[in-house]
Design a protein around this ligand. Structure first.
Ligand code: ADP
Ligand code: ADP
Length: 217
């Protein structure tokens, strides 16, 4: 069972008269419950891959499926709905709202309001007693835990993380990767991280390398 499938996917950006192929015939299938790290040099298409996989962008050509559905064929309203229901995002720079508390940040994308669920998730991330703090009162590692709790709040089947340990020292980085590993192994969440950090990538079950808009074989 594949949660994600790319079949000969191309993404071309127009640059004046020229086109840049950010994805150039990408083929990839990720099994439900897998934990994958995507590596590769700058410009190899990793961000574009994440944007298509996360339904923020649609391919120029080819087929992209998430849980067997083709988001490119849906209205933008339906796409937004799929994004909220099925996908969690974690970013390098945490992307928290600075004027909101930890609890408010975690509850922000919540489809069905449930404060005790949010509190449980905050505790599970090791942030007991910190739900009323502002992000600025937390360390980088703690802020990333808040971001992970926010990403999980609607029980997504898949979590994408873009350089989730890029701003963290190695102790905090490993603690964050441990959380992803736990989510994958205990809860069966499919996890995909893009990283330049081999130590972080090694928490995954499979490392794939992108080169020139496709998987390097
Ligand atoms: P990576 O994340 O691996 O650095 P990207 O997906 O950001 O790779 O970029 C792949 C290629 O596509 C690069 O050549 C980049 O310059 C180009 N590219 C990415 N986004 C755009 C865009 N919005 N407009 C034009 N070119 C883009
Ligand atoms: P940077 O690449 O500068 O470290 P981030 O890690 O914050 O920036 O964001 C990574 C990527 O995620 C960016 O390319 C951005 O377009 C995208 N992004 C930013 N905010 C959101 C969002 N709310 N939902 C989905 N994708 C986003």
């Amino acid at each position: 069972n594949n949660v994600i499938e790319f079949k000969d996917v191309w993404k071309t950006y127009k640059m004046g008269d020229e086109g840049v192929n950010a994805l150039a015939g990408l083929n990839l299938a990720l099994r439900t419950g897998s934990f994958t790290a995507v590596m590769g040099p700058s410009g190899s298409g990793k961000s574009t891959f994440l944007h298509v996989a996360g339904i923020l962008d649609t391919p120029t050509r080819g087929t992209f499926l998430i849980n067997g559905k083709e988001p490119g064929k849906f209205s933008s309203k339906k796409q937004a709905q799929m994004r909220r229901n099925e996908i969690g995002f974690v970013f390098q720079r945490f992307n928290l709202m600075h004027q909101l508390t930890v609890l408010e940040n975690v509850m922000l994308p919540m489809i069905k309001e449930d404060k005790s669920k949010a509190m449980e998730l905050i505790d599970r991330m090791g942030l007991e007693g910190k739900h009323n703090k502002l992000p600025s009162q937390l360390s980088g590692g703690e802020q990333q835990r808040v971001a992970i709790a926010r990403a999980l709040i609607n029980d997504p089947s898949i979590v994408f993380a873009d350089e989730p340990t890029g701003e963290l020292d190695s102790k905090n980085a490993n603690a964050i990767m441990q959380i992803f590993q736990d989510l994958n192994r205990k809860d069966g969440v499919t996890v995909v991280i893009v990283t330049h950090n081999l130590e972080s990538a090694e928490y995954s079950d499979e490392i794939i390398e992108m080169r020139d808009g496709k998987i390097r074989v």
